[in-house]
Design a protein around this ligand. Structure first.
Ligand code: PYL
Length: 274
């Protein structure tokens, strides 16, 4: 099982209140809204979510095992799902009783997360959408849009875990040339077994200096520094915590995509319904 960075309540505070603003930001950077990016990640189609999914009921089940409930997690998932045009509720009960409640209330999709896995279950066809893979795809789709097409372009991918895997699955389809780095070489090698097209790199510093498209799918801090970025750099960074040094923010903020739940949740939802 891959180590998942556990969110803290402080990481989540304020997301729900800023969803409208975040959607505007995504439109400015990528030309699409949160739901547009998620639909593009799953099926590269552009359907109006209101008409296409308007009657679908989504349930969110709080789970107490492991480190326990993260204050605001279920509420934030609920708000993200509602913000893209779906009806959503949080079960009153937790754990298995919550799952039972969601089924009895006829939720078509059920979101549920423990410390290792965050999934969305389609209760009609048993399709299961997983957070890490879909986060990778959603961020790769946003990156494809922000870069006006990754075809034929080099992308430095840091992190060959489940998020990186989802990202590569989309970026290879887009025709990008992936230069993958992982501090554990065997993880980069196992990614290459699934995607032979990727090129494994060992000199990350060099790659970051020589390339403008950076995908941060690691939980490492401060691995992208000022000397790695210039006016043409674009960064897509699902990794938590964000791997950028503080000094980079003023330079890159309009060309950086990063959040802790929004793109992953939206992409999981459309994946579970695809
Ligand atoms: C899904 C997030 C994204 C990054 N890390 C993942 C994480 O924090 N997972 C743990 C989620 C636990 C939720 C808790 C609850 O409130 O229901 N069991």
């Amino acid at each position: 099982m891959y180590k998942v960075t556990l969110l803290k309540s402080k990481d989540i505070v304020g997301i729900s209140e800023k969803l409208v603003q975040y959607d505007k930001e995504l439109c400015e950077k990528t030309g699409k809204s949160l739901s547009g990016i998620a639909m593009y990640a799953v099926s590269r189609e552009n359907r109006n979510s209101e008409s296409y999914f308007k009657d679908i009921l989504v349930g969110v089940v709080p789970v107490t095992c492991g480190n326990g409930i993260i204050n605001g997690f279920a509420e934030t998932v609920n708000c993200i799902v509602e913000s893209i045009g779906f009806k959503c509720f949080i079960t009153k009960n937790k754990d298995v009783s919550g799952l039972e409640e969601a089924y009895k209330k006829k939720a078509k999709v059920i979101f549920i997360a423990d410390d290792d896995k965050f999934i969305a279950i389609n209760t009609c066809n048993n399709k299961v959408a997983e957070n890490s893979f879909n986060t990778g795809r959603g961020y790769a789709a946003a990156f494809d849009l922000m870069s006006e097409g990754l075809k034929g372009k080099n992308v430095v991918l840091m992190g060959a875990g489940p998020v990186g895997f989802g990202a590569v699955s989309f970026m290879i389809e887009s025709g990008a040339r992936i230069l993958v780095y992982d501090i554990l070489k065997q993880k980069a090698e196992s990614l290459k077994k699934s995607f032979p097209e990727v090129e494994i790199i060992t000199d990350l510093n060099r790659a970051l200096k020589d390339n403008n498209l950076i995908f941060d799918a690691t939980y490492a801090k401060n691995i992208i520094a000022k000397e790695h970025i210039d006016d043409n750099t674009l960064i897509s960074a699902p990794g938590i915590p964000l791997g950028l040094r503080e000094e980079c923010f003023p330079i890159i903020k309009d060309r950086l995509i990063h959040d802790v739940l929004e793109i992953g949740v939206a992409t999981m939802l459309f994946d579970s319904l695809s």
